[in-house]
Design a binder for this molecule. Structure first.
Ligand SMILES: [Zn+2]
Length: 467
């Protein structure tokens, strides 16, 4: 496996800290609103990483947090006149529901900031004891970035001296421009706060990920706390830089061996505005497109590249998925698998190259056309059919698409009412056939075809799909 490590900006061999165990930490969402397409893209990108590593027989532990205390959450709770826990619980459920529809696997551990306070307090205390953190008059506690000579080695940012001099924020008593808050002391207006050894207040945002990693993943005897630390490209600085520095200074250990960052989702153009009302929310996208099709589209652009969301590309990507399901339809009813070693090696090889999805999609396309030709020549060849099923199941495990019943896939977009109507008609037709009333059966068949539906009689059942 090769991974592009965004810290050194190079694609390098992936070698886990310990044998074949892989610890992955992903910075998750701040839960004060519905999840948007940026969340979807990041989730799907690292879901792919996890699936590929698992298929390569690594033992993966995958942790992804929820930030459930933050200024935006507090503001939204106030605006809604709602208790913040009710609010965050609602959005966590909504997030998981949306990601479920996109077939994103649940993380092994999904820690909440408010459940990691004890570990955060310990981290702050260690940093104070080691003289990396200082308390100011207001009671806020800051991390002193000038004490770490490796600060900025994750994002490779050049510290601009003018920036430091000119942009010192008002209302803070911190010593240096880049110092960041570990603990915000309660002010007289704060209604939401926690008790801590440092007084009442709440934690700074960067702190939680380091504390969660220590709690759930970190073996402090190793050189690194986790194998791979992931997140959106916007998190590289300051979030990941700050996580890295506080963990380094507290534990004398680097927080991650590899850093992976996904690109943005850009939504431009009128077409998009019309179809989605300018919205970035997953739930709105899901109103227009099936989750599997949306997933496949978001997956089809390499994770590091910015994705310009547009309907045309999405529909092209759907056509690719249609091809896979058309092949699946041709082997309908085959359950037994026969491993196709060539294809398996090929797709794993493609994805082992820093999740090279373009290569993987090309391999899939090639596989589909080869097997379609095979089936044209030898439509009854059992081994071929079993190999096809094995390949489609592998694609489902790796990419999280292709797992639906082939006929159901082609029923996407049919309304519930139409579905019921079609199924009623099919039942009536089958009854007419049983009664040997072939005239009636034929006329019902005509009626069904008028609904833009094809029907296929199999020994077990009558299957149908949208034309
Ligand atoms: Zn984080």
């Amino acid at each position: 496996m090769k991974i592009y490590n965004s810290q050194i900006r190079e694609k390098i061999d992936f070698i886990p800290i310990k044998n074949r165990e892989v610890k992955i930490y992903v910075c998750g969402a701040t839960v004060y609103d519905d999840a948007h397409l940026g969340h979807a893209r990041s989730s799907i990108a690292f879901d792919l990483l996890r699936r590929v590593l698992s298929e390569l027989k690594y033992r993966v532990t995958f942790v992804k947090n929820f930030t459930d205390i933050d200024d935006k959450i507090i503001a939204k709770a106030k605006e809604n006149n709602q208790d913040y826990i009710t609010l965050t619980k609602h959005y966590i459920d909504r997030y998981l529901e949306d990601m479920g529809k996109l077939n994103v696997l649940r993380a092994d551990i999904e820690p909440l900031a408010t459940e990691t306070l004890k570990e955060m307090f310990e981290l702050i205390q260690t940093l104070i004891d080691k003289n990396f953190a200082y308390k100011v008059e207001s009671g806020d506690i800051y991390f002193n970035t000038t004490k770490d000579e490796k600060y900025l080695t994750i994002s490779n940012r050049i510290q601009n001296e003018n920036e430091t001099e000119n942009r010192v924020e008002v209302n803070t008593q911190k010593k240096n421009f880049k110092d960041f808050v570990l603990w915000k002391a309660k002010t007289k207006d704060d209604e939401i706060f926690f008790d801590s050894p440092f007084g009442e207040g709440r934690p700074g945002w960067h702190l939680e990920c380091s504390a969660m990693i220590d709690k759930y993943l970190n073996d402090k005897n190793q050189e690194f706390a986790v194998d791979i630390h992931c997140g959106g490209a916007d998190l590289l600085f300051p979030h990941h830089e700050n996580e890295a520095t506080q963990s380094r200074c507290a534990n004398n250990q680097e927080i991650a061996k590899y850093w992976m960052h996904n690109g943005f989702v850009n939504i431009n153009g009128e077409k998009m505005s019309k179809s989605l009302g300018n919205s970035f929310f997953i739930k709105d996208a899901l109103d227009s497109y099936d989750g599997e099709i949306l997933r496949f589209y978001l997956l089809s652009i390499h994770y590091r590249v910015d994705l310009h969301f547009n309907e045309e590309d999405l529909l092209n990507s759907k056509k690719r998925l249609d091809k896979l399901y058309r092949l699946k339809k041709r082997v309908y009813g085959v359950n037994k698998e026969n491993i196709d070693k060539n294809f398996k090696d090929k797709i794993l090889n493609d994805l082992s190259d820093d999740l090279n999805i373009s290569l993987a999609l090309a391999s899939i396309e090639e596989m589909i056309s080869e097997y379609n030709e095979f089936l044209d020549k030898t439509p009854k060849d059992k081994v071929t059919k079993q190999k096809i099923i094995s390949n489609i199941n592998l694609i489902d495990r790796l990419l999280g698409v292709g797992g639906k019943d082939a006929y159901e896939y082609f029923q996407i977009g049919v309304t519930k009412e139409d579905k019921a109507k079609i199924e009623d008609l099919i039942e009536n037709r089958n009854q007419a056939k049983k009664d040997k009333n072939y005239e009636l059966a034929d006329s019902i068949r005509e009626e069904i075809l008028k609904l833009n539906v094809n029907i296929m009689d199999t020994p077990q059942d009558t299957l149908w799909e949208k034309v």
